[in-house]
Structure formats: structure tokens, C-alpha cells
Write a protein of this length. Sequence first.
Length: 409
Amino acid sequence: MDILLQESQRLHSEASLQESIEDVEKIIQHLERAKQAIVADPNSASITLAKLQNPIKNGCDQITADLTKLNRAQAKYGKVLKENFPAKALPTDYDALASHPSLVNRAIAMHLLREGQFAVASIFVEEAQNSPPHPIPTPVSPHPADSDAGDFTSLKSQELQHLFSNMYYILGQLKTRNIHPAIDWARQNSAELERRGSTLEFELSKLQYIWLFQGPAMNSLPADENNGLHGALRYARANFGRFQNRFLPEIQQLATAMIYAQNLRSSPYHHTFSSSSSWSDVCTSFTREFCSLLGLSAESPLYIAATAGAVALPALLKLALIVREKRTEWTTKDELPVEIPLPSSMIFHAIFVCPVSKEQTTDNNPPMMMPCGHVVAKESLNRLSKGGKFKCPYCPNESQPKDAREIIL
Ligand SMILES: [Zn+2]
């Protein structure tokens, strides 16, 4: 793996197109100058063109030399990559995604849009529409093959592009410590954010207060009455009133910190005012709230799916090999015989395993809670009750199947 890292670093430092771009720019400058000279004095055309020959040839040679270096680094990296990750076919009988190429395309387009790669996204959508993919039916696909091959109308890519470019603009401003566009956005969406229990609008205003409080030495804003303690107080008076109902104790703390302004470091408010991650935290919560108002998750689903897949792959490969060697078959649908450990950030659905049948519950066999509070799977409940009154397997209570309630996880 070390050699891979080494080559990757080399690729990073050597395989830059920057030098080639600069050389191309130089050639363009030569050509522009020659054009101007000829326009100014058409009689000088032949001499100007003659003078142009050498610089252009040298420029082109330089570009070739730059690209040779780049190609060499790429070839070397490719070789090391191939040696370390030999291409092997996955030990599966069919490609589960083969019947849904347009869904995959849609996920890719969506990913590019939300990553802010608008130009790439629009080229991708255009090309995918011009040459629609061909779904290949798979034997056990639970869903019918795509019928809307290449249809991106439901994606509303123009609308999403508009929304996400606004998000990236606001994030970009936050990175340069300009919080105002984010505050304006939060104020415009104040009602919806509050309905969702979001604290974003207050967090942004609080950060602006802290930012001003820290004064010109920290925030490099002009040292006038709108900055420093004065500025912070002025800001709090103008803006904190709207948050009093929800955040009074916090506002009180922020205001009391004024007394400690001279020795904040040894005050109880030290932590609030010295958090190094407060700007990046606000960026994260802004992204999350922005996406959730659009009905989207904060992280790209394609990114999560691909990363979770990469984490799970070694276990799945091992399982496939064992199944093949032992010539056994795993027949339980929608369930794997092994645990796939994933980080908690990648687990979205709580699971319930019936304590009676030891089976994981599914949509058709959901968990059911009896009046005593114990939970078993629906099939187990039916087996236990046989339609009539029955005793809970875990306590002395008796209940009727109709009294059991389905639990939605
Ligand atoms: Zn019970």
C-alpha cells in the first residue's frame, strides 16, 4: 500500500496541467500580439508571421514536454494500481444494477448537482439522454427493469442547479467569514426552520455576535462602532429580540460575557468564545438544513451507498467464495447470513430481530407490540395465538392478537 501512496503523491505533484495551461496561454499571447501588429499595419504581415514561427514552435515543444511528464506519472500510477488491485470479476452471477441503468444515471447526475459540479452534471445529463442506457433484466431483481430509460425530467436539474448554486454561494461566503448571506437565508426560511425544531437561525446570529465581540484583532473588520464589544452589543440589541422566547438563557449568557471581556480566558464563557470549530460547525448545520428543506439528506446518497459498499465488499466477497466452495445457497430473501459492520453514520434503518423466531422483521412480517409491551414478529404472534387469546412468551400477561400494534421502525 505504501508504494501506492507514494505514486499517488507523485501523481499529485507532477501530473498537473497547470504548466501546460501556462504554455498555451503564452502561445495565445504571441498570436494575439501578432494579430494586433498585422491589423495596425497590414504590410507587416509576412514579417510578423515569420517572426512568429520560432516562438510558436518552441511553445508547442514545451507543451509536449510538459505532457510527457504528466503521461509518465499517470502511466506509472496506473501500473502500480493494476499491480495492487488486480481486476477480478466479482463472484456474483448477475449485476443487480444492470436492470436499472437510468436510476444509476439519475443518482450520478444528482450527486454531481449537489456537489456543485454543474457543468459536468449538464454534460452528463445531455449525453445520457442522447444515448439512453439499455436495461438488462436480471433473474431476481425485486423491481421491474427501468422503463423510463434516460428520462431526467423528474430530476428538475435546472431547478436543483439554481438551488445548489445558491447553497455553494452561501457556503463560500461563510468560508470567507461573511455570515450575512447565511443569516438572510435562515431569516427567509425562519418559519419552516422553526417548525422543524432547527436552531440554525439563532446559531448564525450567535456566531455573528461572537465574531464581532472578538473585535478587529480577530475578525479584521474595520475598528468602528459596528465592531468589538460595541458592535456586538449593537448587534444583539437589533437581532436577539426575535429569539427571546426560545433561547433566553443562552442570550443571557452571551450578554453576561461582556462583563468578562477583559479576561474571557478565565471566565465561565471561555469555551463559547474560543471554539475553533464554530465556523465549520455552522457550515455543516447550514448544509444539513438547506438540504433537508429540499427534502434531501445532508450527504449525497450516492456517496453513502458507494462508501458503504466499499466497506462491505470484503465481507461480501468472502461470503460469495464460501457459498461457491461449499455449494450451498442462502435462500432467505433480503437478509445476509453475516453481519456487515458499518459505521453508525451509514446505518439508516433500525432493525428488529424477533426473539421467538430469531428472524429479522420485514415489511410483510413487521414487529408487533402486545399490550404488555413485549414485541415479537407478526408471524410469531400468529403462530402463538392461532387467532385466539394467548399468553406472552416473556411475561404472564394474556392478550388478543387484535390488541397487538404494529411498530414502525
Ligand atoms: Zn409480555
